[in-house]
Design a protein around this ligand. Structure first.
Ligand SMILES: Nc1ncnc2c1ncn2[C@@H]1O[C@H](COP(=O)(O)OP(=O)(O)OP(=O)(O)O)[C@@H](O)[C@H]1O
Ligand code: SF4
Ligand SMILES: [Mg+2]
Length: 370
């Protein structure tokens, strides 16, 4: 977290996610008797190294929490592989999975909702150790140690969650997740519900814990300023797919995917896009439906770069739902293209919008109505 950027090959992956998919069968039915299927996560791949924070951003419904829950096997993947230290978790038996599950823990946005209000703090922090069979012996000392690490004290152990402030409750949630000495922590919007000053305290706490233990963090958040602050690398999700992933500074200073640029332009982020985001890139419409993914590139219904490319000519175009678009955007789902070591974007025009300034200028003028 906030560490100097690492080179991509410096450390072997702690966690490796490959071609992960999750299709939920929702309650509804389609004509013809087919169940409504929600493509929540659609072919997602990434790695996470020890001591590294990967930020995961994207609009609501893009599939971020489902990725986190899949990594913990709280939901079963439809397809794909999740490797921890090279061991494929998806191939493990329930008993073997129990052994490894303690190495991957989760911190939630709403610590109050995830803490049983009838249990005292001591019991809440001890519970994962009891469940995973690591309580006997040094359990009591571990509770005291971990409570101290998160900035609480032993006098707090005998109290109930409602007696604490939001920030303190999040400390309890972190202590609970830390009790089993996990190697990977999935943090799902861990500071979104907290005041800004408290956010900073929790972020500093997480950074200290990571530096001490070498945990890898998958940090899910809406707030791009927070993600910039905490992440070594950033992955941007759109409708179940990672559309861009790369070192934090590359993503913020030279975004290659038009969706990333539009996200960055929507909020004031220090140093965003090399200060080139002077116009706000307004996206048309809402994020599409995960029950019916668009054909071709899933971003095409909202993509201003596609419209710019079609207007500028030089590529075969088609008339599509009242718009002229490059044929390739409507027909083919783009593969991820590596633009620089570790920096990938899934777009048919991989020169992108940030990598070449004149394209960025034209795209932003175009998107903002110029
Ligand atoms: N158990 C479920 N059954 C059916 N659909 C689900 C289920 N869980 C999630 N979804 C759907 O999967 C998609 C992705 O949801 P997810 O919660 O992962 O998104 P998110 O990026 O975390 O959104 P937010 O930012 O609002 O937390 C959404 O369309 C959501 O409605
Ligand atoms: S492939 Fe086409 S529609 Fe998709 S992001 Fe790139 S330009 Fe836009
Ligand atoms: Mg979520």
């Amino acid at each position: 977290m906030s560490a100097p950027e690492r080179t991509p090959d410096e450390a072997a992956p702690l966690l490796e996610v490959r071609d992960l998919r999750k299709v939920f069968a929702s309650g509804g039915w389609l004509a013809g008797g087919h169940r409504v299927r929600v493509h929540a996560v659609d072919t997602v791949s990434f790695i996470l190294r020890s001591g590294e924070t990967l930020g995961l951003v994207g609009e609501t419904g893009s599939g971020k929490s489902t990725v986190g829950r899949l990594v913990l096997r709280l939901v079963e993947p439809t397809a794909g592989r999740i490797r921890l230290d090279g061991e494929d978790l998806t191939a493990l038996s329930t008993r073997e999975m129990r052994r490894r599950r303690r190495e991957v823990q989760m911190v939630f946005q709403d610590p109050y909702g995830s803490l049983d209000p009838r249990m005292k703090v001591g019991a809440l922090v001890a519970e994962p150790m009891v469940v995973h069979g690591t309580w006997r012996g040094a359990g009591r000392e571990r509770v005291a140690e971990v409570v101290h690490k998160v900035g609480l004290h032993e006098g707090h152990l005998d109290r109930y969650p409602h007696e604490f402030s939001g920030g303190q409750r999040q400390r309890i949630g972190i202590a609970r997740a830390m009790a089993l000495r996990p190697r990977v922590l999935v943090l799902d919007e861990p500071v979104s519900a907290l005041d800004v000053s408290i956010q900073a305290q929790i972020i500093n706490l997480l950074r200290d814990l990571q530096q001490e233990s070498g945990m890898g963090f998958l940090f899910i958040a809406h707030d791009l300023a927070v993600v910039r602050h905490v992440s070594d690398r950033v992955a941007v999700m759109y409708l179940g797919r990672i559309v861009e992933i790369g070192p934090r500074d590359a993503i913020y200073r030279a975004p290659a995917h038009p969706y990333t640029l539009s996200l960055l332009s929507a909020v004031p982020v220090p140093e965003a896009s090399a200060a080139r985001v002077r116009n706000r890139v307004v996206l048309h419409g809402e994020i599409g439906s995960a029950t019916r993914l668009p054909e071709g590139c899933r971003f095409h219904p909202r993509c201003y770069l596609a419209r710019l490319k079609a207007r500028e000519g030089g590529v075969p175009t088609v008339e599509h739902e009242g718009d002229r678009l490059p044929e390739v955007c409507v027909r083919r789902d783009p593969e991820a293209v590596e633009l620089a070591p570790g920096h990938e974007a899934a777009c048919h025009f991989p020169e992108g919008v940030g990598g070449r300034s004149e394209v960025a200028e034209r795209a932003m003028d175009f998107a903002s109505g110029g």
